[in-house]
Design a protein around this ligand. Structure first.
Ligand code: GLC
Length: 436
């Protein structure tokens, strides 16, 4: 057998993943489901063909919290790549405040969701990122099952949801013992915080609802305790959400559970729609989409989600990176993403596009949801805040602590964090106004 002998330099290069034909390529860090990555590959290939600029996709782990960790390693240490990356809307504040983003130049911003640009993407008035797609929590429901059990529409309140789930679950279990009423994202990761904010409704969540600005972060409040109690009860008391909710239920787990035909309702982001409607999906043609329920009808809230594109301040390929960002956020590219993935573009000028409306008639309703969606706190230390919330909410869902204990401990930890990092005062004036 031949021994492979590498010179020290070659060894360093090989370990660093360098060398090879794409040495000069623009590195684009992006994650997602297999179908999303396939579309990204197509987009990159089209960009390369049009501009002659080679691009290498650096595949990121699927969930938001893990992606953040890998990007913090590269950007926090000032590495040259990735040159361009996708950021969860929840971390744009951290990235811009840390000086990791280079301003986006020469992009006409009129067509984008103005409130979101103000809230998230402009840092001290300078455009640092652009929304590629928007997310907001939605309720998916089985139209055939509602009809079978005599309901004329999806629930508007959680009481109605519980009642429907108990009835349908009991009926369906005679044929399908794995059937559950409601699946949502309860695993310990960013998605859990998004779900919690929705259960907590308009007045609940991180920021105290009223009082002088800046509003303090106040998680330990009756309204939040009630929301957490409800989340816990769905699993342990009513048993209409499976025990796997808190061990493993992220977006894809919930989507697959529902798609297999094993649930009546599902909370998920808009992307799940096109998978449910795809060929071979057991629930194809039997799915409706509605606003989430609320404690009181009409008080529903969707968390503002979505992914934004940014350019690294450490990239030495600024010009190519700017071209790539302009290409990705162009009307044509975003339209392709909508048609192929059912994503909701960060541009408003696609919401009345006829080709899109034909495929997704619920699109205008979504635009309305995004316009009013609730942002996560725009503080630069949001990732630490979220990680405290994730840990404590999860302990409660696992039935290890009561909602009262969970939120009281979280509040103490948050106060230590705020003493270290400052408070919401750090929010620029325009962002505070837009957060209302
Ligand atoms: C989606 C949303 C993102 C959110 C994440 C949580 O990707 O777009 O904003 O943080 O889900 O899992």
């Amino acid at each position: 057998m031949k021994k492979l002998v590498l010179s020290p330099i070659a060894l360093v290069l090989a370990l660093a993943g360098c060398g090879g034909p794409h040495d000069d390529a623009l590195v684009f860090a992006v994650g997602g489901t297999p179908s999303e990555l396939r579309v990204w590959q197509e987009i990159v290939a089209e960009f390369e063909a049009e501009t002659g600029i080679p691009v290498r996709i650096r595949r990121q782990p699927p969930d938001s919290t893990q992606q953040l960790q890998t990007l913090i390693v590269s950007l926090g240490s000032g590495q040259r790549d990735p040159d361009v990356f996708m950021m969860d809307v929840a971390w744009v504040g951290l990235f811009t405040a840390s000086g990791w983003c280079h301003p986006i130049e020469n992009v006409e911003t009129d067509a984008f969701f103005e409130r979101v640009l103000d809230l998230v993407d402009r840092h001290e008035g300078v455009l640092m990122a652009l929304p590629v797609y928007m997310d907001g929590g939605l309720l998916y429901y089985r139209t055939d099952l509602l009809e079978k059990y005599g309901y004329d529409g999806p629930p508007q309140t959680y009481d109605e949801l519980i009642e429907m789930c108990l009835t349908v679950q009991e009926g369906e279990r005679t044929e399908n013992p794995s059937f559950f009423g409601y699946v949502w994202q309860g695993a310990q990761y960013e998605g859990l915080v998004c779900n919690f904010l929705e259960f907590a409704g308009k007045e609940g969540g991180f920021l105290a609802p009223s009082g002088p600005e800046p509003r303090p972060i106040m998680l330990d409040r009756p309204i939040n305790r009630e929301a957490l109690q409800l989340m816990r009860d769905l699993i342990w008391e009513y048993k209409i959400s499976p025990p796997s909710t808190y061990t493993e239920m992220r977006e894809e787990e919930a989507r697959m559970f529902f798609q297999e035909g094993d649930a009546l309702f599902q909370r998920n982001w808009p992307y799940a729609w096109s998978d449910h409607q795809s060929e071979g999906s057991p629930v194809r043609g039997k799915v409706g989409v509605a606003r989430l329920p609320a404690m009181e009808a009409g008080q529903d809230v969707s968390t503002l989600g979505g992914w934004h594109i940014g350019i690294s301040a450490f990239s030495n390929k600024q010009e190519e990176a700017q071209q790539f960002v302009a290409y990705v956020t162009s009307k044509d590219t975003l339209k392709k993403m909508v048609l192929e993935l059912g994503w909701n573009p960060g541009r408003t000028d696609l919401y009345d596009d006829e080709d899109i409306l034909e495929r997704a008639p619920h699109f205008p309703q979504l635009r309305e949801i995004f316009e009013h969606a609730k942002p996560r706190p725009l503080v630069p230390y949001y990732n630490q805040l979220s990680s405290i919330a994730q840990q404590r909410l999860s302990a409660c869902l696992a039935n290890r602590v009561s909602p009262e204990e969970a939120l009281a401990i979280a509040q103490e930890e948050i106060e230590t964090l705020v003493r270290t990092y400052g408070d919401t005062e750090r929010l620029p004036e325009h962002a505070r106004a837009a957060a209302e």
